[in-house]
Design a protein around this ligand. Structure first.
Ligand code: LLP
Length: 410
């Protein structure tokens, strides 16, 4: 039902018995994805922004299962690399709905997208006049968008606040001139849009920054004129704490519309996290329980190589035990750590769990966004498997021999 789809999916709502069954069958650490939830999130966004172009920022989760769920929901694709463009095309996104936002792009990326642009009509977004020159030198003649540095940022952490970082976009006060000279001099390309992104993990508290970004982009868009779209980025946050309220999407949409003002160009948004965060969890098994003077250390078989966010951003992820409550288990404070030889390999420093014992299974919430996507093989740890709630394999678990598969001399 719509009411149900409108609620945020809390970790406690995942079926523990089903997750335990999947863990038994596929082993842990294991990412579990619910494509239906991705579709619900997509539908909710489209309802909230009825006339906007809603695209998905692939970087949050590029698995084929997620991409197909989003493509069939009618959204577009915002890509950050040649690899993401290739994945979007392979998953069936029509090129017309693909935008490649080139952030300091390597030559190889430009060469790939420019050769594809012979047949595929996507939008190439440049964030520096230098990039524009490189694109023109290589004969690009498709649709072009200029990324603007809006001078206003927002986000859950300084490391993901892009809107005021000089590495992203043409300075706001130069953007109109850049667009004018593209129209005058780069007559082979078709300037169709402008783009900006404030940052990632925008909460209700950041709404003023979001509004200001949208307002500035509306002003700029009217000044430039004759644009198909103005993209105001993604960044819509999701609650990571159990009692944290979800973003009031309808009021964000209303505020966005109002700040955008009267403009012929279509408003475009490109959330990543919002579409997939609560559509994924990570299941992990307790391998060590060690009482120390300071805390009880609970070692699990997932680590910062499986889910990097706590180590990189001090991000909070809710963690629950999946093992049915046994009598007499008292809640205790735990430090939940992974198997990597770094003190940064900590999921939670002081987290209350029913007294854990070895081989308990734990589930980590909101792992659908920037989870598997940021996983690595550091410490020669094979990447985990990804399955759907109904048990289909999305991506198989890597084996030890996968670790050396690219090396030439073994
Ligand atoms: N558009 C652009 C141009 C972006 O750079 C990003 C994210 C998005 C859209 C989507 O943002 P979202 O809606 O997902 O917040 N690894 C970090 C997040 C980095 C996001 C970088 N750019 C994390 O795990 O929090």
């Amino acid at each position: 039902s719509k009411a149900k789809a409108n609620r945020v999916r809390r970790l406690a709502e995942w079926d523990g018995q089903q997750l335990r069954g999947l863990a038994r069958k596929h082993g842990t650490p294991l990412y579990v994805l619910d494509p239906d939830r991705v579709r619900e999130n997509a539908a909710r966004l489209r309802d909230a922004f009825p006339n906007a172009d809603v695209s998905y920022a692939l970087k949050a989760n590029t698995t084929r299962t997620v991409l197909e769920a989003i493509e069939t929901s009618g959204l577009g694709a915002e890509c950050a690399s040649a690899g993401e463009v290739q994945r979007a095309l392979a998953a069936g996104f029509p090129a017309e709905r693909i935008r490649y936002t080139a952030v300091n792009p390597p030559d190889r990326d430009l060469e790939y997208v420019i050769s594809r642009s012979q047949t595929d009509d996507f939008v190439l977004t440049i964030g520096a006049t230098d990039t524009l020159d490189r694109v023109l030198e290589r004969g690009y003649s498709g649709r072009l968008c200029v990324r603007v540095n809006p001078g206003v940022g927002a986000g859950h952490h300084a490391k993901v606040t892009t809107g005021d970082a000089p590495q992203f976009g043409v300075p706001y006060d130069r953007a109109a001139d850049v667009c004018t000279s593209i129209r005058k001099e780069a007559t082979g390309v078709d300037l169709v849009g402008i783009h900006a992104h404030a940052g990632s993990g925008i909460s209700g508290d950041d709404l003023a920054s979001h509004r200001e970004l949208v307002r500035r982009m509306g002003v700029l868009g009217r000044e430039i004129g004759a644009l198909d779209f103005i993209a105001v980025g993604g960044g819509f946050g999701v609650p990571y704490y159990p009692d944290e309220p979800p973003l009031a999407l309808d009021s964000v949409a209303a505020a966005t519309r109002k700040a955008y003002g009267d403009c012929d160009a279509q408003l475009a948004i490109e959330p990543g996290r919002y579409l997939v965060a609560d559509a994924g969890v990570l299941v992990t098994t307790v391998t060590t329980v060690k009482p120390t003077a300071e805390t009880t250390v609970v070692g699990v078989d997932a680590g910062m190589t499986t889910l990097l966010r706590p180590a990189l951003y001090d991000a909070h992820h809710e963690i629950r035990t999946l093992t049915p409550d046994r009598d007499g288990r008292e809640a205790m404070s735990c430090r939940i750590v992974g198997p990597i030889c770094e003190t940064s390999d900590v999921f939670a420093r002081d987290r209350s769990l029913p007294a854990p014992v070895r081989s308990d299974q734990l589930v980590v919430g909101n792992a659908g966004a920037y989870g598997y996507e940021m996983s690595s093989q550091y410490n020669s740890r094979p990447r985990p498997a990804v399955v759907t709630v109904s048990g289909e394999t999305v991506s198989r678990r890597e084996t030890l021999s996968d670790l050396t598969r690219l090396e030439q001399n073994n």
